[in-house]
Write a protein that binds this ligand. Structure first.
Ligand code: 3HC
Length: 521
């Protein structure tokens, strides 16, 4: 097989155009194909605006940007692809469209041309089996925005020739990407973990009191993710997320993968995210990433007068953080442990703040308060980091609106970011991170991917500050995460939320999960 010097890309939507840019930047002769002139023009405009962004930031000269766009051969002539050493498709995610495309490519391209699919949800094996060259068909899965995200999942089927795997991995590396070679399972590594988490986030948003801004703030400030889950759904496209969930559900038949009803509803309504101009957020125009206010935009918060003192129930470091937070806001706290809490001792007019933990919810204290049940609320302070400090305000069904506003004002008074949520296990951050971490351990324990590769994939594919296994090894103890998962499972009634055996083993035997997974692989 010769070198890959000429690359063809079919389909110039967001992903296809991004892939064109990646190859052209690498100096490869790039042939970009669309089915009609308006789609071709749209594809060219995506590449031009992405390179213009680099010019605006002083990363590229006007001339280099122009040369880059001019170097790409934008064409409607399918037969031009005969010159390509590799053709990758990024056409709509329908098997019939892909199969039809590859059979046309088979007729046009010489037998040695490598075919690649950027599918995010279809079986690469199914696609390969219909071509005349199943050994030279491979998955080359890029991440949005393709020019920025460093990961390429190289998806090998049982039919793919090893040489093709090596060549495509080499090409990805030459383009400045990091390839992770994976087998052909629904969702591969990243989408299985990421889109399940996004689906979970949509359900939490739909079924609890947390706002869209709240859920996104929780995950960016509290978990240091580059984007909140709802903004990310909008970036990826809700239709794409829905397709991936449908495929995951078809494979696992597990209720945990059932697409969130709200996601399906929004797709039916045409609210697809950035591409349609509206998804969870509203955008300046279709294709834009600029969010504009809409009817869900929260009104400016007016702080309330703070009480001089609060009654703080809790113990440990979490509670100490809460004391500090109140002090920063100018509120003194009287601290009692959970065991010593006596409702009769709470002075009139002094609100009760509960330092919530997985096994300790505010409702447990509130129900001891009799007629003063509305004077109790839970707070969970996440340790400060470079994005600031997050305060989850866990309101019970009885917490008064006034107390919610007092809690918000305390957080804002301490320059922290408040997020109002239900008094549920794990609040928002723990509720959404724990099942994702559990899924990652399950995936590694199944032998599908190594601990190192799953960490690399999540960091480079989604911009996570660290991978799930490294997170578990460094920032969580197995027994805490097992506690949270058990509580979550009790709430969701989904057995897949129960901790996987590798996690319970780590908790029982006091072994690090990273050690356990490395030993067993
Ligand atoms: N095209 C080209 N370049 C872009 C871009 C785009 N659409 N968006 C951002 N960039 C570049 C910017 O020019 C900038 O480059 P510079 O540092 O050289 O100047 C750099 O990326 C950072 O951009 P910004 O400062 O504007 O924005 P942020 O720092 O907020 O980063 C982000 C934007 C890179 C999108 C970041 O928020 C992120 O990593 N988000 C997570 C995205 C993610 O999870 N993607 C995976 C989705 S799953 C998927 O695609 C698989 C599919 O099958 C569903």
């Amino acid at each position: 097989m010769g070198a890959i010097n000429t690359v063809g890309v079919v389909g110039l939507g967001t992903m296809g155009a991004g892939i064109v840019e990646v190859f052209a930047k690498q100096g490869l002769a790039t042939i970009a194909v669309e089915i009609d002139q308006s789609a071709l023009d749209r594809g060219r405009a995506i590449v031009a605006s992405s390179t213009q962004r680099a010019v605006d930031r002083g990363r590229m000269s006007e001339q280099d940007a122009k040369d880059l766009v001019d170097s790409i051969s934008f064409t409607l002539e399918f037969s031009d692809l005969a010159a390509a050493d590799l053709v990758i498709e990024a056409v709509p995610e329908r098997m019939s469209i892909k199969k039809d495309l590859f059979s046309r490519l088979d007729a046009v391209c010489p037998p040695e041309t490598i075919f690649a699919t950027n599918t995010s949800s279809l079986s690469v094996t199914d696609i390969a089996a219909t071509t005349s060259r199943p050994d030279r068909l491979i998955g080359m899965h890029f991440f949005n925005p393709a020019p920025v995200m460093k990961l390429v999942e190289v998806v090998r089927t049982v039919l793919t020739a090893q040489e093709v795997v090596s060549r495509i991995s080499e090409l990805a590396r030459a383009c400045g990407k990091s390839p992770v070679v994976v087998g052909d399972r629904a969702g591969f590594v990243v989408n299985t973990l990421l889109v399940s988490y996004l689906n979970d986030a949509v359900n939490v948003f739909d079924q609890s009191r947390v706002s869209r801004e709240g859920i996104d703030t929780a995950m960016t400030v509290g978990a240091l993710l580059p984007m909140g889950p709802l903004a990310l759904c909008d970036l990826i496209g809700l239709d794409v997320c829905l397709e991936i969930m449908d495929v995951l559900f078809a494979q696992s038949r597990d209720q945990v993968h059932a697409p969130a009803p709200l996601m399906r509803e929004m797709v039916s309504a045409g609210l697809l995210g950035r591409k349609s101009g509206r998804g969870f957020f509203t955008y300046e125009k279709p294709g834009s990433g600029r969010v504009i206010p809409d009817e869900l935009t929260p009104a400016d918060f007016e702080p309330v007068t703070l009480p001089r003192q609060v009654y703080l129930v809790g113990d440990g470091m979490q509670c100490e953080e809460l004391v500090k937070l109140c002090a920063q806001a100018g509120v003194s706290s009287h601290v009692v442990s959970y065991d010593q809490f006596d409702p009769g001792q709470v002075p009139e007019g002094v609100p009760v703040l509960v330092s919530v933990k997985p096994v300790q919810r505010a409702i447990d204290i509130a129900t001891q308060m009799g007629p003063r049940i509305d004077e109790v609320i839970g707070l969970h302070v996440l340790f400060p980091n470079q994005k600031g400090q997050l305060v989850e305000i866990a309101a019970t069904p009885f917490s008064s609106d006034q107390l919610v506003r007092i809690s918000q004002s305390i957080a804002l008074g301490a320059s922290a970011s408040p997020v109002i949520c239900d008094d549920d296990p794990g609040q928002v951050v723990g509720r959404l991170l724990s099942p994702y971490l559990n899924d990652a351990v399950r995936m590694v324990a199944s032998g599908y991917v190594s601990a190192d590769d799953v960490d690399t994939a999540m960091m480079l594919g989604c911009g996570y500050p660290r991978g799930p296994i490294a997170f578990l090894a460094n920032f969580s103890t197995p027994d805490t995460i097992c506690d949270v998962l058990e509580q979550i499972s009790r709430k969701t009634q989904l057995s897949r939320h129960l901790p996987v055996s590798a996690l319970t083993d780590a908790a029982i035997y006091g072994v690090g999960i990273d050690q356990l997974l490395t030993e067993s692989s």
